[in-house]
Design a protein around this ligand. Structure first.
Ligand code: NAD
Length: 261
């Protein structure tokens, strides 16, 4: 994207934010790649290295080999305990401090929006987060750090210390339903907003990808900041093909400049 063209689009997004009364930010794996967490579908992403078929809920609960592979995937860098927020996460948190953020709806499980400073009650995590691991038999919850220590010591399939039940990261697997209350609240926020900003998502994973469709359906303006094209680009007021960190830092800088006049 030519620098001048990007400047113009950044300026347009800043105006849309300043004119909006309810802004929802929707994020996917692309907002976190600059924190060192690979996305799923880009070259070199998770699905270049693992077969998605191995990671269904059914396979996890019925097949120890499926569990072993899943824990191994987590151990090999997808546990993301060390990842830190990047400029895109901080920019979104700054928009909240400026009073411009209704909420973040995220597909991510990395907890980086909260680490950057967005309050917990403003982040709707459609796919859960990796802070906790839960026992599917007795419901005992363990902090991820505790389970990670066991994996690092060589355990391949950690089980529940209380009842030896199956442990599962508290995230939504393929074939599992989304947390109902979170989905309901996110849907309602999407319907009510007047500006919906997508950052780093291919918009192909449903039902998450319904959110921008709901917003557009009710007349909200749509902004998409993503390195590759998405099925909703044609409906967006602004599409920015640039890295989320750079684009969002510049958007917030512009918003701040305009507020100061
Ligand atoms: P995706 O992997 O399908 O797509 C990511 C999109 O982000 C791509 O279109 C890519 O071009 C774009 N992108 C990558 N880096 C970018 C950057 N620096 N700036 C702007 N755009 C960038 O991800 P998705 O649409 O979020 O869906 C995949 C599913 O994977 C989600 O459901 C999510 O739960 C899960 N996931 C989460 C994480 C995480 O928590 N960080 C990581 C990988 C996958």
């Amino acid at each position: 994207m030519a620098p001048q063209e990007l400047d113009t689009l950044i300026d347009q997004v800043a105006d849309l934010i300043l004119n909006s009364r309810r802004m929802v930010v929707f994020t996917g794996a692309g907002v976190s790649t600059e924190s060192g967490i690979p996305d799923f579908r880009s070259p070199g992403g998770i699905w270049d290295r693992y077969d998605p078929e191995d990671f269904t809920y059914q396979k996890f609960i019925s097949d120890p080999e499926g569990r072993r592979k899943r824990w191994q995937m987590f151990k090999e860098g997808y546990l993301i305990t060390e990842a830190k927020p990047n400029p895109a996460h901080y920019a979104i948190a700054e928009l909240d401090r400026l009073g411009k953020l209704d909420c973040v709806i995220t597909q991510n499980i990395d907890y980086l929006h909260q680490r950057a400073g967005v309050p917990d009650d403003k982040v709707f995590e459609l796919h859960g987060n990796t802070q906790w691991v839960v026992c599917l038999s007795c419901g005992q919850r363990y902090p991820l750090t505790q389970i990670k220590a066991r994996l690092d010591q060589g355990e391949e399939i950690p089980d529940c210390e209380a009842c030896r039940g199956i442990l599962k990261p508290d995230i939504v697997f393929f074939g599992e339903s989304l947390p109902r209350e979170v989905l309901q609240e996110a849907t309602s926020r999407a319907y009510q907003c007047d500006l919906f900003i997508v950052i780093g998502s291919t918009l192909v994973v449903y039902p998450a990808a319904y959110m921008p469709e709901y917003a557009v359906e009710r007349g909200a303006k749509l902004v998409i900041i993503n390195l590759s094209s998405t099925p909703l680009d044609g409906q967006a007021t602004v599409v920015i093909r640039a890295k989320a960190g750079e684009a969002m830092s510049r958007v917030v800088k512009r918003v701040t400049e305009k507020i100061k006049g």
